[in-house]
Each structure stands twice: as C-alpha cells, then as structure tokens.
Design a protein around this ligand. Structure first.
Ligand code: CP3
Length: 356
C-alpha cells in the first residue's frame, strides 16, 4: 500500500498540530452531484450501487475529483448490517429505507444473530479494498457503521419514523428484549468495523443519528452503553498506525462530556453546539468534528464563506478539529457552494494559524 501523501485528517483526529483544518462532508458522495446521479442510474438503484464494489468505488472518488477534501468515506449505508441479518432492506422512491421483515415480536428478536462480515457483507469489504487501491495514498479512507440504537430504530420501526413509537414502547415495556437487540447489534457492528479496518479503512465512524431522540437516562442505558462496548472491541492499530474512531450522536450536545468518555478519539457535533464551548468541556480528551448547519450551503457564496469562518473562529487556534457539516449534505445543495466551503476552510484556517 502507498504511504499517505495527506494525513492531515488522521493527525487532527489524534489532536496533533496541522498546517490547516482538514475537512470532509457527511454524505459527500450523493445526489447533489450530477455524476453521482449518472452512476446511480447505471447501477439501477441505490442498493445495487452499494452492492457493486466497482461502482461504489467510483462514487466514493467523485467528490474528491471535484474538491480538495481531506478524507474519503466508503460509499455504503448503515442499513446494510440489518439487511445482512435477514431483514430485507429496500428503498421506495421518495420514501426512504424500509424492511420487509422488521422485528415485530419476541420470536424475531430471539432469532437475531450477528452476520459474518466475510459472508453476507463481503461486498462491503471488497469495496473498501478497491477504494484503498484506487485512492493510492491520496487521502485516508473512513469506514463506518450505524450505532446499535440507530440501527435498532430502523429494525423495530421497519423504516424511518417520526415518533419512534414502536422502538420506544419496546424499550420501556420490555427493556430486556431491547437489550437483546442492542447486544446482538453491538456485536455485529464491532466485527463489521474491524473487518473494514482489516480490509483497509484508516479511520472509523459510528453514526448514532437517532440517539438525540431519547431521554437523558434512556440515552445512557440504551445507546451510550453500547457505543462504549464497541469502542472497547475495536482494532486500534493497523498497518503500523493508529486507526482513530469517531462517534457522532446527532442531538447529543447536552451529553457531550459523557460521550467524550466512551473511548473514541473524536466526537462529531451537530450545528446546535458552539465549538468553543464544546472544546472547553472536553479539554484534551477528544478531537471534535463538525459542525456547520448543512442549510448554510443553500445561501450565497459569501454567506457560506462567512458561516464557515465563524465555525473555525468558534473552535479557535488549537489542534483537534476536523471541519464537517452538522449532518449529511442535502441533495438540493448547489455544487459550487461546496467549492467555496472547501477553499474557505483551507485558506482561513491557515490564516488563523499564522496570525498571533
Ligand atoms: O457520507 C457518505 O458520503 C457515505 C455514504 C453514506 C450514505 N448513508 C449514503 C446514502 C453514509 C455514511 C450513510 C449513513 C446513513 N444512512 C445514516 C447515518 C447518517 C445520517 O444521515 O444520520 C442513516 C440514518 C442512513 C439511512 C438512510 N439511507 C436514509 C434515511 C436514507 C434516505 C435519505 C435520503 O436522502 O433519501 C438513505 C439513503 C442514502 N444513503 C442515500 C445516500 C447517498 C441517498 C440514496 C439515493 O441515492 O437515492
């Protein structure tokens, strides 16, 4: 494997000094890019695209051809894991993800087992190795998974939900069954991420997208606990280098200090939190990743640059920041605004470092 020519992202995650603030964008390969839409059309569907390593590799690299991003992220979806557990993932146009066989009763839950990543999920491992080869050391590759709680939301609800009625009633009425789902899922996530690391992922991220919908106590018992179990089971060094792990609980700002203590190297933040205050709370325990409101990208180029500078100013001139959006980029984003964002972050963060 070629040595990395740009390891700024990995160094920022380890809170080492860097010449500028590295950035990548959640969902950087997606429908806002016409070239992505073209490949997806060729694949036939989003799921076919995920399941074809060659095309998944192609779309992973597309945003890097356009923009000077500091990391690539595996093109896949968090729901490939429950799909591999036999739930039957499908996407209905305009309606988001659905499962043919959601977990509807105790029998379904008792039967649930963690999939072998080299069996039903081998296509993901193939994509990881193919992307690593194609990147040829340009920037590091991020692997990812959903958190046990977030995956369980989809597995129990059978798709997206606005009120989490089914999964929350399971959690409150049959907590032991909820824990059974989370236990198996945490095991699945750990082996899945470790297989991605062995296939070539140089950092990993756990998306706890729906952690923020829980109460204070429930978050600790049903999400944080499993995030910690995963952190403890991850391979932390590979190819002679630290493999940093990032955790992102959307809506988790209020619980930042507890999240910073779960054993990850970095914590992702959504746009509701001031980065300077967040940094003061976590000190040197973890790096921070975030946190521009993705809706800023609908505004004028000047507004994009202004808001990006604000995020950099709020973090200040310290090591340990990876610039990102506070959630995934929208399909309605004008691609030109992403160029403005990337250039502003690189230029302005260099400026902050030299001004004393
Ligand atoms: O960041 C990246 O570029 C890597 C790819 C990636 C996708 N999904 C591609 C995708 C990643 C990291 C994800 C994670 C994911 N998937 C999450 C966690 C992050 C988050 O957004 O909170 C969640 C909750 C999912 C589940 C999921 N997948 C939903 C709810 C949807 C539908 C939403 C939509 O925009 O239609 C998807 C589909 C999906 N995953 C798309 C992409 C590019 C759009 C599919 C398409 O091309 O039609």
């Amino acid at each position: 494997m070629s040595p990395l020519s740009n390891d700024t992202f990995l160094r920022a995650l380890m809170r080492e000094p860097t010449d500028y603030t590295p950035l990548w964008l959640m969902r950087q390969a997606g429908r806002y890019l016409p070239e992505y839409c073209a490949t997806r059309k060729r694949a036939g569907s989003f799921l076919q695209l995920c399941k074809s390593p060659g095309m998944a590799c192609e779309v992973t690299l597309q945003p890097l051809e356009r923009y000077d991003l500091d990391a690539a992220i595996l093109f896949s979806d968090i729901l490939t894991v429950p799909d591999a557990m036999g739930l039957g993932l499908y996407f209905e146009e305009g309606e988001g993800p659905k499962f043919e066989r959601p977990l509807k009763d105790e029998n379904d839950i008792r039967r649930l087992t963690a999939p072998d990543p080299h069996d039903e999920l081998q296509y993901v491992m193939d994509a990881v190795s193919e992307i690593r080869r194609a990147l040829d050391g340009r920037v590091p590759l991020i692997g990812f998974s959903g958190s046990p709680w977030t995956l369980s939301c989809y597995m129990v609800e059978g798709g997206s939900s606005s009120d989490y009625r089914k999964v929350k009633s399971l959690m409150y009425s049959r907590p032991e069954l909820m824990h059974q789902v989370l236990d198996v899922t945490a095991q699945a996530v750990t082996t899945y991420l470790n297989a991605q690391i062995q296939a070539g992922a140089q950092a990993v991220m756990v998306f706890d997208s729906w952690g923020g919908v829980m109460s204070h106590d429930a978050y600790r018992e049903f999400s944080l606990r499993y995030l910690r179990i995963i952190a403890q089971g991850l391979i932390r060094e590979h190819e002679g280098r630290r493999v940093p792990a990032i955790v992102f609980t959307k809506g988790g700002g209020l619980w930042l200090e507890d999240i910073a203590d779960t054993g990850y190297d970095a914590v992702g933040l959504d746009w509701t939190m001031d980065l300077g205050k967040a940094r003061a709370l976590v000190g040197h325990r973890v790096a921070l990743q975030g946190n521009l409101d993705p809706a800023v990208l609908f505004a004028s180029p000047d507004a994009v640059a202004e808001q990006a500078r604000r995020v950099l100013d709020s973090f200040g001139n310290h090591p340990g920041h990876v610039f990102n959006l506070g959630h995934g980029i929208s399909q309605f984003t004008p691609p030109e605004n992403v160029s403005v964002l990337v250039d502003t972050v690189h230029q302005y963060s260099r400026q902050i470092r030299t001004a004393r």
